[in-house]
Design a protein around this ligand. Structure first.
Ligand code: DON
Length: 341
């Protein structure tokens, strides 16, 4: 992955964020150093997504104390798409618990694209993980609610609790995807044939399509992620959304599967759990510290925002977020790399 971080020193992970002004300055710098890039292409397999202004670019960091930093178009709304999978999974895990949801939906990477049909076949009908479309549709089907409408309402209100405000669905994005999502319908039918989906498969795809069309901003994503960084309490509203155990489980799933077949590269370059969406959003979580939300519509070939990945890689280094980046014990600033023998 081209992270555009040449010359940016990796700051060791000290367990806390630097002070407010330093974070503010680095958020601005992450925006500035990637603003001019035009790499990648906007998704258009959902036709309306192709109509977005590709120049939009927003970066935000929310801290676990409730402070939020923003740069660029951080308050422009876009559809959450696959990033919804992370938060719907958390709501379902809260309901069913570690073992059952782990068994029914799975936690292992497929190594294949997010909309793969063959992944379901290769794994005997098991959806494998909640971040690919098969696992996400199966997860949505597990949401509490006797009807599709009740499940949808639980999802809308649950994701709103993560964001700390009432999220609205974009009816045009929903309509555009609903008319063209035959592939997701096929995946749901395939899961049904293996006895791996509860309820009417096409109704469950419809609820899933609605959840993907919820509108968020980069700022919202940062707050939603900071709720996962803060043991399940939204740091802005102070309300508990999920348990700390579910946060831990959700973040471990994101670490291995959040960027699909690029998850290994992502962890190698950025060292944090994250989740991307085809409208151009990415949320990245630094447990115990906060979260990064980015928005930029041009994507790489795996469907991940190019400038979003680069801004996140910069912030991971500059703010010392990478969970694998230790310093030498007892060094004054916690950031000495030690000498090579
Ligand atoms: O199901 C779909 O194809 C879309 N609603 C979501 C896909 C997505 O966001 C993949 N992310 N990078």
């Amino acid at each position: 992955m081209d992270t555009n971080t040449a010359g940016v020193e990796q700051t060791a992970n000290t367990g806390q964020l630097p002070g407010w002004d330093a974070v503010d300055e680095q958020v601005l710098e992450a925006y500035r150093r990637n603003r001019e890039s035009t790499d990648g292409v906007v998704a258009d397999y959902i036709p309306i997504l192709g109509a977005v202004d590709p120049e939009l670019f927003g970066v935000s960091v929310a801290e676990v104390d409730g402070g939020v930093h923003v740069a660029g178009d951080a308050d422009v709304e876009f559809s959450i798409q696959s990033i919804s999978k992370a938060f719907v999974y958390a709501l379902v895990a809260e309901e069913f618990g570690h073992d059952e949801v782990g068994e029914r939906v799975g936690v292992n990477n497929t190594g294949l694209p997010f909309n793969s049909v063959i992944a379901v076949e290769l794994n005997g009908g098991h959806p494998m993980n909640p971040m690919v479309n098969a696992g996400a549709i199966a997860t949505t089907a597990l949401m509490p609610g006797a009807t599709a409408a009740e499940k949808w309402e639980h999802i809308r209100s649950g994701l709103s609790a993560f964001a700390g405000r009432q999220l609205q669905m974009d009816g045009v994005v929903y309509g555009s995807e609903a008319e063209t999502n035959q592939r997701n319908q096929a995946i749901a039918r395939l899961l049904q044939s293996y006895g791996r989906i509860d309820g009417d498969p096409l109704e469950m795809v419809d609820v899933y399509t609605r959840q993907c069309a919820l509108l968020v901003s980069a700022r919202d994503l940062a707050v939603m992620g900071a709720t996962l960084a803060d043991g399940g309490v939204n740091p802005v509203t102070g309300n508990r959304v999920i348990s700390a155990d579910v946060c831990r489980d959700t973040l471990s799933v994101l670490a291995s599967t959040g960027l699909y077949e690029r998850s290994g590269e992502w962890l190698f370059d950025i060292g944090l759990p994250g989740k991307s969406g085809v409208a151009g959003g990415i949320v990245t979580v630094a447990p115990g510290k906060g979260a990064i939300g980015t928005f930029s519509p041009r994507l790489d070939s795996a469907g991940n925002s190019v400038r979003g990945q680069r801004a996140t890689a910069y912030l991971s280094r500059a703010l010392g977020l990478n969970i694998f980046a230790s310093g030498v014990h007892g060094s004054i600033d916690g950031n000495k790399q030690g000498s090579t023998p």
